[in-house]
Design a protein around this ligand. Structure first.
Ligand code: ADP
Ligand code: MG
Length: 287
C-alpha cells in the first residue's frame, strides 16, 4: 500500500458506500503474537469521528496491546489498521511484522494522542515545557503561540498556577491532567487513554475523569481503556468487551452493563463490582 504524498486539511471524508463519515480508525482482523503467546486473535473495529469507545476486559486480554498498535508502538502479525485512511499497521510483503516508516509514525503521532497509566511527563521539564515541547519541535509552532496554547489548556485543566512547576511537585491527578493537556496541545484527531486513573489514589480519580468527560462532550474521538464502570456508562457511545485477545461483546453502555449476554462479560463485571465494594470498605455490600 502506498503512503500519501502530502496531507491537506480536507473536509471530513465520506464513505462512498454509506454516505456517512468514514471511520477515523479502522482495525481489520488484527492478530498479534509475542513469541508463542497469541495476544490479539482477529480484532475488527471501526471508530467514527467524534465517537467515544470504551474498552473493558480482564487483565491480559490485550487492551494495552490494541492501543499501542493504534499508536504505532507495536507491529501486527496479520490484519491492517488505518488512521484517517492511512495504513499504519500491516505485516510486510514477506508476511512478517513490519515497523511502519518514520513518516507514517510521525503522522500517526500527530493525529493520535495517547495517555498512559503512569510515567507520562518528562521529569526534567516544567509543566509548561512539557506541553509546548512537541508542538514547537514537531508541529513547528512558534514558541509564543505554543505557550499561549499551553496556558489555555492549563486553564481548561484547572492547573494554570502550576505552569512553572516540575512533575514531581504535582499530585498524580495533576500529572495526568498535564499529560492530557500535553497530548491535546498537538491538536490530535483522536485520543487514546490506557487506564489513566488506575495508579491514582481514589480521591484523585474524579478530577481526571472530569477532564475526560469534558473532552467527550466537546466531541473528541476517544478510545478509553478503563475499569471505572460508572464513568464508562456515562461517556461511552459504545463499549467493547475484550477477553483473551478477542472482542467477545460490543454494545451501547445500557446493554453491556444492564444486560450483558456473554458469560465472560457477566463474570468480569461481577468481579469488578466486587472489587469496587472491597475498595469501598464493604460499605456498598451492606443493605
Ligand atoms: P491488558 O492491557 O488487557 O492487561 P496487554 O495487552 O497488556 O493486556 O497484554 C496482553 C498479553 O500480552 C499479556 O499476557 C501480556 O503479558 C502480554 N504482553 C504484553 N506486552 C508484551 C511484550 N512486549 N512481550 C511479551 N508479552 C507481552
Ligand atoms: Mg493494560
Amino acid at each position: 500500500m502506498g503512503e500519501p504524498q502530502f496531507r491537506i486539511d480536507a473536509p471530513e471524508s465520506v464513505d462512498a458506500r454509506t454516505g456517512s463519515p468514514a471511520p477515523l480508525i479502522t482495525v481489520r482482523d488484527v492478530w498479534k503474537r509475542f513469541g508463542t503467546l497469541e495476544v490479539l486473535r482477529g480484532l475488527t473495529l471501526d471508530v467514527d469521528p467524534g465517537e467515544v469507545v470504551v474498552v473493558i476486559g480482564p487483565s491480559g486480554s490485550g487492551k494495552t496491546t490494541l492501543l499501542r498498535i493504534l499508536n504505532c508502538l507495536e507491529t501486527v502479525n496479520a490484519g491492517t489498521v488505518t488512521i484517517k485512511g492511512i495504513p499504519v499497521a500491516a505485516p510486510g510483503a514477506d508476511g512478517r511484522p513490519q515497523r511502519p516508516n518514520d513518516r507514517t509514525i510521525r503522522t500517526v503521532r500527530l493525529e493520535v494522542g495517547m495517555v498512559f497509566q503512569r510515567f507520562n511527563l518528562f521529569p526534567h521539564l516544567t509543566v509548561l515545557e512539557n506541553i509546548t515541547m512537541a508542538p514547537v519541535h514537531v508541529r513547528r509552532l512558534d514558541p509564543a503561540t505554543g505557550r499561549a496554547r499551553a496556558t489555555e489548556l492549563l486553564q481548561r485543566m484547572g492547573l494554570v498556577e502550576k505552569a512553572a512547576a516540575y512533575p514531581h511537585q504535582l499530585s498524580g491527578g495533576q500529572q495526568q491532567r498535564v499529560a492530557i493537556a500535553r497530548a491535546l496541545a498537538m491538536q490530535p484527531e483522536a485520543m487514546l487513554f490506557d487506564e489513566v486513573t488506575s495508579a491514582l489514589d481514589p480521591e484523585l480519580v474524579g478530577e481526571v475523569l472530569t477532564v475526560m468527560r469534558q473532552l467527550a462532550e466537546d466531541g473528541m474521538t476517544m478510545v478509553i481503556v478503563t475499569h471505572e464502570m460508572q464513568f464508562a456508562r456515562e461517556v461511552a457511545d459504545r463499549v467493547i468487551v475484550m477477553d483473551q485477545g478477542r472482542i467477545i461483546e460490543v454494545g451501547d453502555p445500557q446493554t453491556i452493563f444492564r444486560a450483558p449476554t456473554h458469560p465472560r462479560t457477566v463474570e468480569f463485571l461481577h468481579r469488578i463490582l466486587m472489587e469496587g465494594r472491597e475498595a469501598d470498605g464493604g460499605r456498598l455490600a451492606k443493605p
